[in-house]
Design a protein. Structure first.
Length: 316
């Protein structure tokens, strides 16, 4: 039986790639010559991307038989969903299964940055402890946290913050009826009321540089910024300036505007903790994400339906 041809547009975990190859005829987009792509383009009805992929209008238009873009990741801001809709292409993603891991890392970044855990380890390794104690740091328990974006991940972070007896407020497009924390319409107002500003909002064009100089100034010299959403949500140059000028106290960052390139000015800083976009990168979660990609593709092939379509495709 002839296998269905599937275009793999971006990096996927090796375990998922091997399983896909057992079921489908997988073609690596980056390995196809322009001639080979032109020849095969009309045969691809399914394309697989990841959360950092850029899937342009041109690419979608060049695949005349394309029916589904299956994204390995909860974020799909790099996919031109307007072009997908125009060409009647469905889009799926992998929400829910990575919520706990991302929330866990958000808490880790908040604790590491406020208590300067990385700097404290370097302090010991450099032999400075013999000369005196490490400088005092900032308390987390009982402090104020403002959450930008109260979706699945924002809620999971809030739940964890309750265990630290934190005062929780949030900002979103509107009041969320089943969320009992105070809603603050303006993010600058939210920042001014917070010791920690936690960014959990999608990285779409509407949110580009959402956290700008004004908001960082509102957060203030005792405030700490944590970002586990997308690097594009932060005005990175404004953030660098805020850290260098003492406008804010520190930052914990898992995402950056030009990954994997991280500005040198964000490295080797005692008040900045950086991680390489690893919030969902645990064995159990990546396996669950892989299963969800496989399930979405299988359901589409079988019935033209999806397990987890992107919100824009959901009918209320």
């Amino acid at each position: 039986m002839t296998k269905l041809k599937v275009l793999k547009q971006a990096y996927l975990p090796s375990q998922l790639t091997e399983k896909l190859k057992e079921i489908y005829d997988i073609y690596e987009y980056n390995e196809l010559t322009s001639e080979a792509f032109s020849t095969l383009a009309k045969e691809f009805s399914i394309m697989i991307a990841n959360g950092e992929s850029t899937v342009t209008h041109e690419l979608i238009k060049s695949l005349p038989s394309l029916e589904l873009i299956a994204v390995f990741g909860v974020g799909y801001d790099g996919v031109d969903i307007h072009a997908a809709a125009e060409h009647h292409v469905a889009v799926s993603h992998t929400p829910g299964v990575l919520t706990d891991d991302v929330a866990d890392l958000a808490m880790g970044l908040m604790l590491s940055t406020s208590r300067k855990i990385v700097a404290a380890q370097k302090f010991i390794e450099a032999g400075h402890w013999q000369a005196g104690n490490f400088p005092w740091t900032r308390k987390v328990s009982g402090s104020r946290i403002g959450i930008v974006g109260m979706g699945r991940i924002g809620r999971a972070i809030a739940q964890r913050c309750e265990g630290f007896s934190m005062q929780i407020t949030y900002s979103d497009h509107k009041v969320i009826p089943d969320v009992n924390y105070p809603w603050v319409k303006d993010i600058a107002d939210l920042a001014s009321q917070s010791d920690f500003l936690m960014v959990c909002t999608p990285g779409n064009s509407e949110n580009k540089a959402l956290i700008d100089e004004k908001i960082l100034k509102a957060l203030g010299s005792d405030g700490i910024l944590i970002n586990i959403s997308r690097g594009s949500v932060i005005d990175e140059s404004a953030l660098v300036n805020a850290l260098q000028q003492g406008i804010i106290a520190g930052a914990g960052l898992d995402v950056f505007s030009d990954e994997p390139n991280v500005p040198e000015s964000l490295l080797h800083c005692d008040n900045v903790v950086v991680t390489p976009h690893m919030a969902s990168a645990t064995w159990s979660t990546r396996m669950a994400m892989s299963r969800l990609v496989l399930d979405n593709i299988a359901k589409w092939v079988e019935s033209k339906a999806l397990v987890t379509p992107i919100p824009e495709m959901m009918v209320s």
